[in-house]
Design a protein around this ligand. Sequence first.
Ligand code: HEC
Length: 503
Amino acid sequence: MKKSFFAVVLLGLAFGVVANVQTETESLYKEHCSSCHGVERLGGMGPALLPENLSRLRKSKALSVIANGRAATQMPAFEAVLSAEQIAALVEHVYTKPKHKPEWSDQDIEASQIVNFKPKELPAKPVFDADMMNLFLVVELGDHHVTLLNGDTFEPIHRFKSRFALHGGPKYSPDGRFVYFASRDGWITKYDIYNLKVVAEVRAGINTRNLAVSSDGKSVMVANYLPNNLVLFDAESLDLMNVYPVINASGQTSRVSAVYNAPPRNTFIAALKDVKEVWEIPYRSSDTTLTTGNRVAEVRTIEVNDYLDDFFFDPDYKLLIGASRDASGGQVVDLDQGKVTSSIPLPGMPHLGSGITWEYQDKQVLATPNLKEGKVSVIDMSNWEVIKEIQTEGPGFFMRSHEKSPYAWVDVFFGPNKEAVHVIDKSTLEIVKTLRPSPGKTAAHVEFTKDGSKVLLSIWDMDGEVIVYDATTLKEEKRLPMVKPSGKYNVWNKTQYERGTSH
Ligand code: HEC
């Protein structure tokens, strides 16, 4: 009797202490952080501070950001204001899920919209002179900027600030005039390349993966982790057109890993993280309105054998090859039949989103780097057999080629050899050269010019560069200093769905 009485008291004390620390931390957050990061941690002037959004930031890094601030940004240092314990408690706090699942309603989306220029207000004539189809956008992750680069002279045309932490690759309008960016925290930005101006912005969600632009250039679909949905916008105005909550027949909701445009099908195709389904949604025009009740009615769901969250499409968009992040292998989904028709033995966790195709000995092959093993898998697309595994110096992330180039390039993104980039001969499937342009620094992501004659490679570092190579001689031609440049996006290759680049 006595024992249990003490136990109850002790338990009560313990809970009381935990609860106290919690509320103490909450009020610290409210006092010192909420003005910039939002009361609900959804972001404001500063980025959102939720576990999903912080998944790429190590806790130790977060600790030092809070203690020391971030140079040249509005993030202040709290070392002098808060104790080490308080800072540590705040780190735990921002990596803890909030008690209520954060919501982002239609009204929130609509209220967030910023229209700087009405459609057609800006002239349809470039304010600079260049081959508009051979421009590059370079995302500089280090200080959240984008550089517009002339793809003939490799002179920067303009550099502008992006939203915090762009994610998933910008997408061009079919005519190449506009580009749409998605940020980690859900901001969608429409940018007019001809006029070098932000046209409109809207916040589609709280934690966003990527976006896709329809082939008719009329709509933009956004894939969200938070909330679990897909959001459709009018491409001209960024007016909200529709929200598709992602939920299966048994009520299980899912994060959306990515959304893709499937040009010949006139559909968007979505990869889901938590449900074993692939979703296909036909384009629709802005003049048809749907009510909440029948929103999901137009979605075609295809059941698959595993959680597939990384896709590759054959050039006709009849087949989808999906990779699961957990299981071993790829699955081939016939999109017309709506079912899985083959599986591919790929134990190294392929990064199919970066897969490319070319002709090899009269066969069409698919080549993909692997995230867990140092090899490139080359697959015969007629029977899905792995015909070669090209050994590399470590797991790779990006692979690129161009129809006019005899070579395919693959980086070594993970591990001690991240400074290396391999050049593979597409006709022999052998590595012909390994480049180490900046010893000790990560070399990653290549993109070709429109005609395939030059290759651009990123030195993925705060003190980084974009390096231009001759695509035939493999000789270095130019270095452009940039702040952690990641992806480079050539207008022509992306709008023409060049087989050597990802879409
Ligand atoms: C005056 C505004 C302001 C205040 C107050 C503020 N922050 Fe920040 N914080 C920012 C901005 C802006 C950034 C983004 C900096 C950048 O561009 O890298 C940031 C970044 C961060 C990051 C890194 C996020 C990431 O994804 O890299 C963390 C963590 C963070 N803040 C935590 C806090 C905490 C905890 C507090 C309160 C103790 C706080 N901040 C108070 C503006 C602020």
